[in-house]
Design a binder for this molecule. Structure first.
Ligand code: SAM
Length: 208
């Protein structure tokens, strides 16, 4: 799913790459010409080097030790940040303002709190283009494609929970959004704050 949202033909910086499976898949299948496989920890970076060497791709995929985007060369325009919490992805973007360059392209796969990531994106000049959901071993996974436009428009709270899922054709959309609503229902029951009730109604409407 994540590979399907990457822009073909353009070098990619994969942040938090761990085993470098994504860049290896993309380069090996001639979807992109080259990539950076970056991680903040030595262990995962060693995993990445092993996969890159096993596939004889060391001339096309470069491992980089980097906390988020801090050591990524600024000529990169395309980025993937997958397999981390939405709050951490937002923090990584916030810590490297250089990445907010008009036209830059991003694919995110937040494991938790996608609403925090969407809130960051939609209030900081990014536009969400597409979202997709898959189900694997009873778990749902979300991916978000975004571009930096430099323009920030008004958004409603529900947009941070639904994003572009209204437009996705994924067969898992309904069940995924019902799960999002049920997490908010826990908050509604705990706080009796009607704002959660209204949000739940909107999310369930989008789930139909
Ligand atoms: C669950 S793995 C995801 C691997 C791969 N991206 C995927 O989706 O399958 C998360 C990786 O993110 C890395 N990570 C966590 N915080 C990071 C940061 N601030 N900068 C770069 N990598 C980070 C971890 O070391 C770990 O290897």
């Amino acid at each position: 799913m994540v590979a399907g949202l990457i822009r073909p033909g353009i070098p990619l910086a994969d942040i938090g790459t761990d085993h470098a499976y994504l860049p290896v898949f993309l380069v090996e299948n001639d979807i992109i010409p080259k990539a950076l496989a970056s991680d903040v920890k030595i262990g995962p970076l060693e995993n990445a080097k092993k996969t890159i060497n096993k596939h004889n791709l060391s001339d096309k995929i470069t491992p980089v030790l980097s906390d988020g985007l801090k050591e990524i060369p600024h000529e990169y325009t395309d980025f993937c940040i997958a397999g981390m919490g939405g709050e951490l992805i937002a923090k990584i973007l916030e810590e490297s303002p250089w990445v907010r360059r008009q036209g830059n392209h991003f694919v995110f796969q937040p494991q938790t709190h996608p609403e925090d990531l969407r809130r960051h994106l939609l209030t900081n000049g990014y536009e969400i283009i597409r979202e997709d959901v898959v189900k694997e071993r009873m778990k749902y996974y979300l991916a978000i494609e975004a571009v930096c436009t430099g323009v920030t428009e008004e958004h409603r709270e529900a947009d941070y929970y639904i994003g572009k899922l209204r437009e996705t054709t994924s067969i898992h959309k309904g069940k995924y959004l019902e799960k999002v609503a049920s997490r908010l229902d826990v908050k509604l029951k705990a706080t009796r704050d009607e704002k959660y009730g209204k949000l739940i109604d909107e999310i369930l409407e989008a789930a139909k």
